[in-house]
Design a protein around this ligand. Structure first.
Ligand code: SF4
Length: 901
């Protein structure tokens, strides 16, 4: 490593509590050194560790104003001012994620072994791409830190060390070598302009560990006669300024940190919130939102986690050739437009249809008009659905497109969805668009913008690779929200908290899981090889972390916290903190002052509430009274009018969570689809082949659901598959007897819609609607020998169904279906049965005299709706089983009613 030669002066300046005062002393010390050397400030350059130090250093110097200001900046700002740029052969490692990842992938794919790797293990290959990228950036930093004339020899030396490409770490060596060759294409680094500098005097501000470029460059300056002062901040440990809070868990720690910030925030200097544990700090930030404090954030968070980023990815996934209905649902729920043309009813219709298709369907399967026509949706929802298929088709290209063409299509999609304008107007949305280069990037160096034009025009990607690229861009870029004026809280990473004035520092996450020594670049090469390559290893990283921590703790009054546990995992205070306790003379962390709990506790008297009894205001009748009514909505009305009010009139729904495991509900959906396909395909087929056809239908639906593939995590479907194998012959036994008796399946999964009569309040017609699992033709001509039979499949026990039909008026579902079919003009008498499909038995449970129940239902329904439209109350009944699994339980506050235990 290059060392700084004479004339070099090393000095130190203690930091103890007040960073502002440190800069004042620093300015006086530099001035004294210049005076002693007979040098002038105007001939001096000052190299600072961070751009954030610039105003501090300048104002400290101005305090003792006596003439010229030295030239101050960071290595990056000096290089930019001097016109430094990146130049070299072909695509270079630029440090820009949107281009580098493409270049790294292209480099790898030139090699046959890498192409074979990709075919064999796509994820492993993508990790390889990341490693080449990491290696290239690490080597580029090493090369930049050497005078240009020394680089060729250095590359040759590293090439020789990495050249042994067999045996242990062979692949890692190849990836590192690839990164080296890529970095070696750079013939001019941005900082190269500084090698030619010859300032009379130079002051380096340090204290947090050596920067490879600064050390080497300063060595060169000193060798050329520049007078050099290296002035390091050295912390003076003061245990009295530290308080340590031991919290129980994540939420406790977040709440205590937020309360501490609220107490510490005052006019003047901001309080620093050190972003050691990013997740915890996001929670603290959310807790601060209601406090009214002005919070600035220098850390940002991944663009992929912003609402705009997730919406963009959701639409990309929903546009994929094998997109599931759930992915379309996710895109619609992402909140960024896409719902134009869908009124509330159409939206509910579409949402319900998508929810039914969640497991068993792929919404774009058979991407053609025939597929579109097969969807039985309301006209408005169907129009929207077909338009969505057409709009998203732009992103389902076959073969390859240039990145430029692919981006034009993405922009077109966003414009057609109506999201483009909203994204551009949104702060995070605009950054998302800039990250994927749909908007220009402010302040981008000209050579990068030019390189991008070439990359976009020449890089070809298939649709999958394009989606991966967008995802990678959003993963690598950070969202930086604009700062409010005079922030009271400043969120900043640990390395940026040093030598900056704060009224106090709140530093949560000081546990062994989050306050740790980061891995050195290319740590996957192993410590021994890193040593051989003379690259920084864990020891150097540990010393750098240690130096930064000590300076960070010395800068103001510090509130530190750690938590005993993260879920099931037990945590300890960080090892670095324990070292600090020993080296500061404290001996043990337990001797540190314990932080009090700044949360304010308030006791509130328990307030009992009563069962709600809402009614529909006259002016809201036309808007809220449903135009369409399903059997389950009617069931709600019967079970609890308040639930009907919440779910049907107000349209409130639980968040539809994406479940990874296959649930019994998913199995039910799957089974319905299997039986549908079996019966649709049986016309003309020989009965002997029934079992084989039923099993083939099961395999087909499983394949479409992705449940035939153990890799996709559908192992939890195996239990259901085994139950189906046992149930299938039982079902076919039942069905053979039915067929022998002349039963004919006429419709499966049949939608229906019929107007409710005797409901005329001058409001609007109400349609009964739904879907019948199956309609059988029985051929009878009297109520005792009906012409039709409604069949509803159930995966629950026959015993429960028998209990349900024992009082037919309580069974609303079958009565609702029968009423709707009669109103729709079905000719002939109707019977209705549940079919309990269990692996031990298949049993038919008849709803007796369903048409009588249907007539009673129609009369009751018309009367109920008329009363509601006239302003009748819809009380929460709170009775029996209805409340047990009710999604509106939190709304009606059933558990807090007066007199409830
Ligand atoms: S919890 Fe009970 S009372 Fe409350 S809305 Fe649901 S069914 Fe009605």
């Amino acid at each position: 490593m290059t060392t700084i030669a004479s004339p070099l002066t090393r000095q130190q300046q203690p930091l103890e509590g007040d960073a502002q005062a440190w800069w004042t002393r620093w300015a006086a010390q530099v001035r004294a050194w210049l005076h002693a050397q007979g040098l002038q400030a105007r001939d001096t350059v000052v190299v600072l560790p961070l751009a954030a130090h610039l105003p501090l250093a300048r104002s400290a110097w101005a305090e003792g104003a006596d003439g010229w200001l030295p030239r101050m900046g960071t290595v990056a700002t000096f290089a930019a001012e001097a016109g430094g740029r990146l130049r070299g052969e072909g695509l270079l490692p630029t440090g820009d994620g949107s281009m580098d990842v493409l270049a790294a992938r292209a480099l790898l794919l030139r090699e046959e072994w890498a192409r074979a790797w990709r075919r064999r293990d796509r994820r492993g290959f993508e990790l390889g791409v990341q490693r080449v990228l990491e290696a290239a950036q690490a080597w580029a930093a090493q090369l930049a830190a050497r005078p240009p004339a020394d680089r060729e020899a250095y590359v040759a030396q590293m090439r020789a060390v990495l050249g042994a490409v067999a045996g242990v770490l062979a692949r890692e060596r190849m990836l590192a070598l690839m990164g080296l060759e890529w970095a070696a294409r750079i013939v001019e680094h941005r900082t190269d302009v500084l090698w030619a500098w010859r300032p009379v005097a130079c002051v380096l501000v340090g204290g947090t560990g050596d920067d490879a470029f600064v050390s080497a460059w300063a060595g060169g300056l000193a060798g050329q006669g520049t007078a050099l002062l290296r002035l390091d901040a050295v912390p003076r440990d003061d245990v009295a300024r530290l308080r340590l809070a031991a919290c129980t868990d994540f939420e406790d720690e977040a709440q205590r940190a937020a309360a501490e910030l609220i107490v510490q925030a005052r006019p003047g200097l901001p309080v620093a919130l050190v972003a050691q544990d990013r997740e915890l700090v996001r929670r603290v930030r959310a807790l601060l939102e209601r406090s009214g404090l002005r919070v600035a954030d220098e850390t940002g968070w991944k663009l992929s986690t912003t609402r705009a980023g997730s919406a963009l990815m959701a639409w990309l996934r929903a546009s994929h050739q094998r997109a599931t209905a759930q992915q379309l649902l996710d895109a619609l729920h992402s909140g960024w437009a896409g719902r134009e043309g869908l009124d509330t009813d159409a939206w509910r219709d579409l949402e319900a249809w998508l929810a039914r298709q969640r497991r068993a369907g792929i919404w774009l399967a058979g991407d053609d008009e025939a597929g579109a026509e097969a969807v039985d949706l309301e006209a408005a929802a169907l129009d929207w659905w077909q338009a969505a298929r057409r709009t998203t088709a732009a992103l389902r290209w076959r073969g390859a497109l240039t990145l430029e063409q692919a981006l034009q299509r993405l922009q077109g999609l966003l414009q057609q969805l109506g999201s483009w304008t909203q994204l551009v107007a949104d702060e995070a949305g605009a950054q998302v668009l800039a990250a994927v280069r749909l908007l220009p990037r402010a302040g981008e160096p000209a050579e990068l913008a030019a390189a991008w034009t070439g990359v976009a025009a020449t890089t070809e990607l298939d649709a999958d690779a394009f989606a991966d690229w967008v995802d990678a861009c959003l993963e690598q870029a950070s969202y930086a929200p604009s700062a409010p004026p005079s922030p009271q809280v400043l969120i900043t990473p640990p390395a940026r908290a040093v030598l900056r004035p704060f009224s106090a520092i709140v530093w949560p996450g000081a546990d062994d899981e989050h306050l740790y020594v980061p891995e050195p670049p290319m740590s996957w090469l192993g410590g021994r090889l890193l040593d051989e390559l003379q690259l920084p290893g864990r020891t150097q990283m540990a010393e750098r972390s240690w130096a930064a921590l000590r300076l960070g703790l010395a800068g103001a009054a510090v509130w530190l916290s750690w938590r005993h546990a993260d879920g099931e995992r037990l945590l300890q205070p960080a090892g670095l903190l324990q070292r600090w306790a020993v080296e500061s003379g404290l001996g043990d962390l337990s001797a540190l002052p314990v932080a009090g709990d700044a949360r304010v506790r308030r006791s509130l008297p328990a307030a009992a509430t009563t069962a709600p009894r809402p009614s529909l205001p006259e002016q809201a009748v036309a808007r809220l009274l449903p135009r369409r009514l399903s059997a389950s909505a009617y069931e709600d009305l019967r079970a609890c009018p308040y639930r009907f009010h919440a779910r049907t009139l107000l349209g409130l729904r639980e968040e539809d969570e994406v479940e990874e495991e296959v649930s019994k509900r998913d199995y039910g959906t799957w089974l319905h689809e299997v039986l549908k396909r079996f019966h649709e395909g049986e016309r003309g087929a020989a009965p002997e082949g029934d079992l084989e056809r039923l099993q083939a239908a099961a395999r087909e639906v499983s394949a479409e659901s992705g449940w035939d593939d153990e890799q996709s995590g559908a192992a939890d479907f195996l239990l259901f598959a085994a139950a189906f194998e046992r149930m299938a012959p039982l079902y076919l036994d039942w069905w053979r007897k039915q067929r022998a008796a002349g039963v004919d399946v006429r419709r499966m999964e049949a939608p229906f819609e019929a107007p409710l009569p005797a409901f005329d309040l001058q409001v609007q017609p109400v349609m009964l609607q739904g879907r019948i699992d199956r309609l059988d033709r029985l051929g009878g001509t009297t109520p005792s020998q009906p012409a039709w039979r409604i069949v509803d499949y159930k995966t629950r026990s026959a015993t429960r169904l028998q209990a349900l039909v024992r009082q037919p008026t309580e069974d609303t579902q079958m009565a609702f279906y029968a009423a709707a079919l009669e109103l729709a003009g079905l000719d002939g008498s109707i019977a209705a049965s549940y079919l309990a499909l269990e692996d031990r038995a298949v049993e038919e449970v008849v709803h007796p005299e369903v048409q009588e129940t249907a007539s009673a239902l129609l009369a009751g329904l018309a009367s109920d709706l008329s009363r509601i439209a006239a302003g009748a109350e819809m009380p929460a009944l709170g009775e029996g089983e209805a409340c047990d699994w009710c999604a509106a339980r939190g709304l009606c506050r059933r558990d807090h009613w007066e007199g409830q235990a």
